[in-house]
Design a protein. Structure first.
Length: 266
């Protein structure tokens, strides 16, 4: 089995470059922000960070395909880099420090492309998380200064911490009742949003999280980090991996109950 460590090292280099680009424009008074056709914001920093990553990948991995939020897919083949240059753009443009660059390498296999490397870098928080298939998940300042991640051992919903992004998405998809019942059952709820709940599941500080509408670039890096930390990452339909258009992540012990509450049958 490939060890993917060279790809992981490259992903860290890409994240370093993106961090420098995004932090230099964070809270800039002249930051240019536009509205995309789907009515979500995009800043000049989103586009410049993705362009930077794509340029480095073209030099370092010219045979690999690239899929990014801002510029779509380029190239074909069994390996595909998936990029979200700024996950949490709404936070970014308002000066909230909870945003990150998400970089993942996906490889063709059974069931389609699956993530084999993931890096989530949140420079305004001073945090970075990463994983490679078969090598575990870590957090730290660098590959040589890192702490291994592992999910929690919480086995009862009444003891669990549940994280989410917002209420409106669940209501729009007709799943608000199950969502609210779940919030009443767990010990604690917090709406951290975006990449952060998944990283906290991997760290063991949150036990379960879910979102009702996502794109592949929102999930690929998170999925490999959660699973390499010993957790479970699926769609709300229970399908493993980041392909369902929504996500549920947990320490594994609570996953069936999480899906039961959030299923469209509830």
């Amino acid at each position: 089995m490939p060890d993917y460590l060279d790809d992981l090292r490259l992903a860290h280099v890409l994240a370093d470059a993106a961090d420098a680009a995004t932090t230099s424009r964070f809270k800039a008074l002249d930051l240019k922000v536009e509205t995309k056709p789907d009515m979500t914001p995009v800043s000049e920093a989103d586009r410049s960070a993705e362009e930077l990553i794509r340029g480095q990948l073209q030099r370092a991995r010219p045979r690999d395909a690239v899929l990014g939020e801002e510029y779509g897919v380029e190239g074909t083949g069994p390996r595909r880099w998936v990029i979200d240059p700024i996950d949490g753009t709404k936070n970014y443009v308002r000066g909230v420090p909870v945003w990150a660059t998400l970089i993942s390498l996906m490889e063709a296999g059974e069931g389609g492309y699956q993530p084999v490397v993931g890096v989530v870098s949140a420079p305004a928080l001073g945090r970075r998380w990463w994983a490679a298939k078969g090598h575990g998940a870590y957090t730290g300042r660098s590959l040589s200064s890192a702490t291994r991640l592992h999910v929690s051992g919480v086995s009862k919903l009444s003891d669990a911490s549940f994280a989410y992004s917002s209420l409106s998405g669940w209501e729009e998809r007709g799943r608000l009742n199950g969502f609210l019942d779940l919030t009443r059952e767990v010990w604690r709820t917090r709406a951290y949003g975006d990449f952060w709940p998944y990283m906290m599941v991997a760290e063991g500080s949150v036990d379960l999280c879910a979102e009702p509408e996502l794109s592949l670039w929102d999930m690929a890096a998170n999925a490999i980090i959660v699973t390499e930390a010993g957790g479970t990452f699926t769609g709300l339909d229970g399908r493993p991996g980041p392909h369902s258009g929504d996500a549920a992540a947990s320490n594994g012990l609570l996953h069936d109950e999480l899906l039961d509450y959030l299923s469209d049958r509830y």
